[in-house]
Design a protein around this ligand. Structure first.
Ligand code: 9Z3
Length: 309
């Protein structure tokens, strides 16, 4: 692409991103989130002169919805359960990372996979002696879930930029590719009875390249590529790697996503699968092991370059 066309493409993307953010209703509690963010940064300062081992990962998890009305009655949704993000978070914590878990309400939470789907009804019992208590089979799982959640509550948001290469983005959320801009959205519930619904969805601008080039240029960035047709999966993952300058793209197919994935980087493809013979073995355990190794090598390489400069 020549310089002129490249600049035009940049300007078009800038305009799309601006119109995407302008058309969205303002973020609620933005001040509180900002406060948490600053607290987290102070809690997690890069320590000059010491070998920093504290790494921070931002895990995005669960699906995103596309509202069709401003006073939303209906929305377009996707399948993501949030399992990948929640399970990966557990392994990141085990590996010593601080985690910002950015998830969709109602999707899977770390440390809750052993709890029943309706924890309040299933986990609790009433006894004359001690009133309401956690039933024995769930007591260990509830204890783990409570203690880990408290640790994570601190970690709502962070300025990832300030910790340079120690920051890792692990973008497992299934992000909608299309949305209805706020100004063209019906205010009230769309009425039925007037024939088929004709609605134009606008493409969500890809923020990945912005994340890499401006928002956190030193961070290690991993995105996911999901397809239903395995024949095009690796080709699409490679294209995303190049186009958005990701450090790694994790390729998965809808039906086998809990069994196997391929970690694609510029010079290798690592196929990772869970061992079905091992009880409790999950693919996230293997993914995070490789991710932690790659991120460590990236940080070492970075520190090495800085010390030589
Ligand atoms: C994924 O591919 C995740 O692995 C899954 C996990 C959403 C499949 P579950 O939440 O499923 O455990 O049920 N996430 C990324 C999907 C995505 O939207 N990728 C974009 C794309 O494919 C790139 S950012 O274009």
């Amino acid at each position: 692409m020549d310089v002129n066309r490249l600049q035009k493409a940049q300007e078009a993307l800038d305009a799309e991103i601006k119109s995407f953010f302008d058309s969205a209703p303002p973020l609620r509690n933005i001040e509180d989130i900002g406060k948490d963010l600053r607290k987290f940064v102070e809690f997690n300062p890069p320590q000059a002169g010491t070998q920093i081992d504290r790494k921070v990962v931002c895990v995005t998890s669960g699906g995103t919805t596309v509202p069709l009305e401003q006073r939303c009655v209906r929305y377009i949704d996707n399948f993501s359960s949030g399992h990948r993000g929640a399970a990966s978070t557990e392994y990141f914590l085990k590996a010593g990372y601080s985690v910002i878990f950015l998830y969709r309400k109602g999707t899977r939470q770390p440390y809750c996979s052993l709890l029943p789907d309706d924890p309040f009804l299933e986990c609790l019992e009433f006894t004359q002696e001690s009133g309401i208590q956690v039933r024995q089979p769930y007591s260990e799982a509830v204890k783990n879930a409570i203690s880990e959640h408290h640790a994570m509550l601190h970690l709502v948001a962070i300025s990832m930029r300030s910790i340079g290469p120690h920051a890792l983005f692990y973008l497992a959320a299934a992000v909608s590719d299309f949305y209805v801009p706020w100004e063209s959205m019906a205010e009230h519930k769309i009425q039925s009875g007037s024939g088929p619904l004709d609605m134009r969805l606008v493409q969500v601008p890809k923020m990945l390249s912005r994340l890499r080039s401006e928002w956190a240029p030193m961070a290690y960035c991993i995105s996911f590529k999901l397809e239903t047709d395995v024949k095009i999966l690796l080709e699409k993952a490679n294209a995303a790697l190049r186009k958005y300058k990701m450090h790694m793209v994790i390729a998965n197919e809808l039906l086998t996503r809990k069994e196997e994935v391929t970690l694609v980087t510029t010079n290798e493809k690592i196929h990772v699968r869970r061992d079905p013979k091992l009880v409790g073995d999950i693919v996230e355990k293997h993914i995070i092991k490789h991710v932690v190794d790659k991120h460590s090598a990236y940080v070492d390489n970075f520190d090495h370059k800085v010390s030589r400069a």
